[in-house]
Design a protein around this ligand. Structure first.
Ligand SMILES: C[S@@+](CC[C@H](N)C(=O)[O-])C[C@H]1O[C@@H](n2cnc3c(N)ncnc32)[C@H](O)[C@@H]1O
Length: 246
C-alpha cells in the first residue's frame, strides 16, 4: 500500500483493522504525530543550528525518518524486524534520499553511538528503551508512549511497575498520563546527570508524546528533579493541591 505524507510517498504493508490496533506497523492515526515531529524538528533546528543528525530508533516502515530526511536531517533508521529494514531502505531510495539503515536492537545502537536528536516511537511503553535513549541523545529526545491505560492509572500496577510512579485514574487522565511519562523520563535522565526539560508535549487520541531538551550537569539535573511533585485530589469535591518533591 502506498501512503503519502508531507513531502514523501512510502510503501507500508497492508494491515488488518485499517492499521489502528495497538501493535500496528504503520498507524494512519499517527499522521498528526509525525506532522508535529517534522514541525518541531524544524523549529528546534532554527533555534539550535548545530543539530544535524536524527535517529528514528524504532522505524517500522521508516515513514517518520524518511520525512525527516526529506526535511534535510542526516537521518538514521533502526529496526530489529527484517521487513521493516527492507522497507526503510526502499522508502529512502524511492524518495531519492540518503540515510543509514541499522538492522539491530535500538538499545545496542543507542549505547554505541550518539545522535543530536533521537526519536522513540515503540509499541506500548518506551521505558525498555529509556536508559539507552538517554545515552544515545546529544540534544533532543522525542518519546511516544501508547500504553495509556498504565500511564493514566486504569491499569494501576502496570503503571507503577513501568514508570515508578503512582498513576491515579482521574477524569483528567490524558494529563495524568503525560505527567507520569515526563516524571519517569526526567528521573531516567537525572541518573546520568542530565536535565531533561519538555519543550513540547501533547496527549492525542490514544498516545502521549513529549520532546525533551537535554542539558548536562548534576546541578541542572537536580533542578529538574526538584520540579517533580505530586497532586492531591478528591474525586468527590474536586479539591486539588500540588506539592513539590518525590
Ligand atoms: C510502533 S512501530 C514504529 C512506528 C513508526 N515509528 C511510525 O511512525 O510509523 C514500532 C517498531 O519498533 C520495532 N522494534 C521493536 N523492538 C525493537 C528494538 N529492540 N529495536 C529496534 N526496533 C524495535 C518494531 O519492529 C516496530 O517496527
Amino acid at each position: 500500500m502506498r501512503v503519502s505524507e508531507g513531502q514523501v510517498t512510502v510503501t507500508v504493508p497492508e494491515q488488518p483493522d485499517a492499521g489502528t490496533g495497538s501493535e500496528v506497523f504503520f498507524n494512519p492515526v499517527q499522521e498528526l504525530n509525525r506532522d508535529l515531529t517534522v514541525a518541531t524538528l524544524r523549529a528546534y533546528r532554527e533555534r539550535t543550528p548545530r543539530v544535524e543528525s536524527y535517529l528514528d530508533a524504532t522505524a517500522a516502515s521508516g515513514i517518520r525518518g524518511v520525512r525527516a530526511a526529506a526535511d534535510g536531517w542526516e537521518t538514521s533508521l533502526c529496526d530489529v524486524d527484517d521487513e521493516a529494514v527492507a522497507l526503510c531502505r526502499s522508502n529512502l531510495d524511492d524518495n531519492d534520499l540518503d540515510g543509514t539503515v541499522h538492522h539491530e536492537n535500538a538499545n545496542v545502537l543507542m549505547h554505541s553511538e550518539a545522535f543530536d536528536v533521537v526519536d522513540l516511537d515503540p509499541f506500548g511503553t518506551p521505558i525498555p528503551f529509556a536508559d539507552a535513549a538517554v545515552q544515545g541523545t546529544k540534544h533532543l529526545l522525542c518519546v511516544t508512549a501508547t500504553d495509556t491505560a498504565p500511564l493514566c492509572g486504569a491499569h494501576f500496577e502496570s503503571g507503577v511497575r513501568s514508570y515508578g510512579a503512582v498513576p491515579r485514574n482521574t477524569e483528567f487522565h490524558p494529563e495524568m498520563g503525560l505527567r507520569v511519562l515526563l516524571s519517569a523520563m526526567v528521573r531516567t535522565a537525572a541518573r546520568y546527570d542530565i536535565a531533561a526539560r519538555p519543550v513540547l508535549s501533547h496527549a492525542t487520541n490514544h498516545y502521549v508524546r513529549t520532546y525533551l531538551e537535554f542539558d548536562h550537569g548534576a546541578k541542572v539535573a537536580n533542578d529538574c528533579i526538584d520540579d517533580l511533585g505530586h497532586i492531591y485530589y478528591c474525586q468527590r469535591c474536586l479539591w486539588r493541591e500540588s506539592e513539590r518533591g518525590l
